[in-house]
Design a protein around this ligand. Sequence first.
Ligand code: TYC
Length: 118
Amino acid sequence: MAIKPPVTPKKPIGLPSTDEGGSVVLERRTEKVKPPQMYQVVMLNDDYTPMEFVVVIIQEFFGKDLEAATQIMLKIHLEGKGVCGVYSRDVAATKVDQVLDAAAKAGHPLKCVSEPLD
Ligand code: TYC
């Protein structure tokens, strides 16, 4: 996964410069700060992890209620994968680690990944 370095503004905001007449002026500029790159955490289907375990994992780590977690699990089961949530890069990576850790400890092959959005 490629990690982009943060973008540094080209010119500092509000520093004095001179106009055509040589007077010192302060530029009023609204800085355009791009929103951070967001990542979706995608869970993958497999043939072995129990449905109940997946539902509990989605509730526990993605803050979904029983009904929403069940819908997401069924979508994954039927379509092969499904989005459990959208987060900043570090939070998404932490969610992936938590899921993989919990699955490994329980002896299930459940997998999930984080993917950058647009
Ligand atoms: N396909 C699994 C089963 O039939 C259930 C499952 C759902 C597994 C979602 C993983 O991410 C998953 N027991």
